[in-house]
Design a protein. Structure first.
Length: 117
């Protein structure tokens, strides 16, 4: 079965932290690239973090230094650790996977992150 299942979204106060998890089927966990993007109402979709070939990482400027992407190969899970959250981070966060370069990505159902006091 090909699937990505996100979890960990919540309501958090500004300055707080959350860790999102993405459980991937074995087929997708071996993808060329996996990452997270977010979609906020009225805003363009933004790729916030990705990990390529299981090792190289990259981040959007808006989250660099605050977010960390990692993977646990034993659990077929990708994580997004989010620190120093601010209201601008409020969005639905989606996990995605690109099996091979140039192919269409797979993505999960999303998890809501709300940063508010």
């Amino acid at each position: 079965q090909v699937q990505l299942v996100e979890s960990g979204g919540d309501l958090v106060q500004p300055g707080g932290s959350l860790r999102l998890s993405c459980a991937a089927s074995r087929f997708l966990f071996g993808s060329y690239a996996m990452g997270w993007y977010r979609q906020a109402p009225g805003k363009q979709r933004e790729v916030v973090a990705l990990i390529i070939s299981g090792a190289n990482t990259d981040y959007a400027d808006s989250v660099r230094g605050r977010f960390t992407i990692s993977r646990d190969n034993a659990k077929n899970t990708v994580y997004l650790q989010m620190n120093s959250l601010n209201p601008e981070d409020t969005a639905v966060y989606y996990c995605y996977a690109v099996v091979r370069p140039g192919t269409q990505p797979y993505w999960g159902q999303g998890t809501q992150v709300t940063v508010s006091s």
